[in-house]
Design a protein around this ligand. Structure first.
Ligand SMILES: Nc1ncnc2c1ncn2[C@@H]1O[C@H](COP(=O)(O)OP(=O)(O)OP(=O)(O)O)[C@@H](O)[C@H]1O
Length: 239
């Protein structure tokens, strides 16, 4: 099983360059934090990784499948949590998950046991019958993360999944996803602009003005200073 590979990826909106020759690898089972300020190009990269946009320049490989040449196989291997919530608020937690399972061709006992396992994994088993509308923001996000595990992806893509959550929910979700990559061998790409969501052992990618400024082990890149100070220094310069 391989993780995620991005090669020489560029993307422009008209004359505005949003991504400029970005290349990186995330090894299987690694947690990679894509750290960048507003406008760095994180969401553009996610749109390319999920094939919402197609890249004219560069290449993407997901779990060993080339996204341009074999999109079906590549997309089947990813689980995605977008920045904007996508739950059906009128359905229960379980119905949201079973609907998604059906989209992936899963039903009956197989779907049911996968849903149970995913809800258990995210600490949401007891809320399975609650309507999504009645959940707080943190529990809605957990439901979305549980949902993206059902088809057993090997790569998880999460675009600023803690936006709008309070500090306790943010920490719980960040810890849950770190545990998922540690315990289940999932490759994770976690986009954020918040340095406290990143652990020293994470693979850190610093993106600024569409360019990858630094890549490496977070603890090594920050050295003796806090990651926040390191990040602010890295991103202080002009484009
Ligand atoms: N649809 C669009 N049309 C034109 N420019 C766009 C469009 N979407 C994004 N951009 C520009 O591309 C650049 C990268 O934006 P992007 O949304 O990918 O950054 P981001 O890192 O996700 O930012 P944020 O943290 O604010 O979501 C920015 O300069 C942005 O203004």
């Amino acid at each position: 099983m391989t993780g995620l590979t991005v090669r020489n990826l560029s993307y422009s909106y008209g004359s505005r360059r949003a991504l400029d020759d970005v290349s990186f690898d995330v090894g299987p089972g690694r947690f990679a934090a894509l750290l960048g300020p507003n406008g760095a190009g994180k969401s553009t990269l996610f749109s390319l990784l999920t094939r919402l946009f197609t890249a004219r320049d560069g290449g993407i490989e997901i779990a060993g499948h080339d996204l341009a040449r074999n999109p079906r196989a590549a997309l089947a291997r990813i689980g995605v949590v977008f920045q904007q919530p996508t739950l059906d608020l009128d359905l229960t937690v379980r119905r949201n998950l079973s609907y998604f399972a059906a989209l992936h061709g899963l039903s009956g006992r197989e779907a049911s046991s996968r849903i149970d396992a995913a809800l258990e994994r995210l600490g949401m088993a007891e809320r399975a019958q609650e309507r999504a509308r009645d959940l707080n923001g943190g529990h809605r996000r957990r439901t979305e993360i549980a949902r993206c595990l059902i088809h057993a992806p090997s790569v998880l893509l999460l675009d600023e999944p803690t936006v709008g959550l309070d500090a306790a929910s943010r920490k719980a979700i960040t810890d849950h996803v770190h545990d998922l990559s540690r315990d289940s061998g999932l490759t994770v790409l976690w986009a954020t602009h918040l340095t406290d969501e990143i652990e020293d052992s994470d693979h850190l990618l610093i993106l600024h003005h569409g360019r990858l400024l630094q890549e490496g082990l977070a603890g090594e890149l920050r050295g003796s200073q806090g990651l926040r100070d390191h990040f602010l220094k890295q991103t202080a310069g002009p484009p």
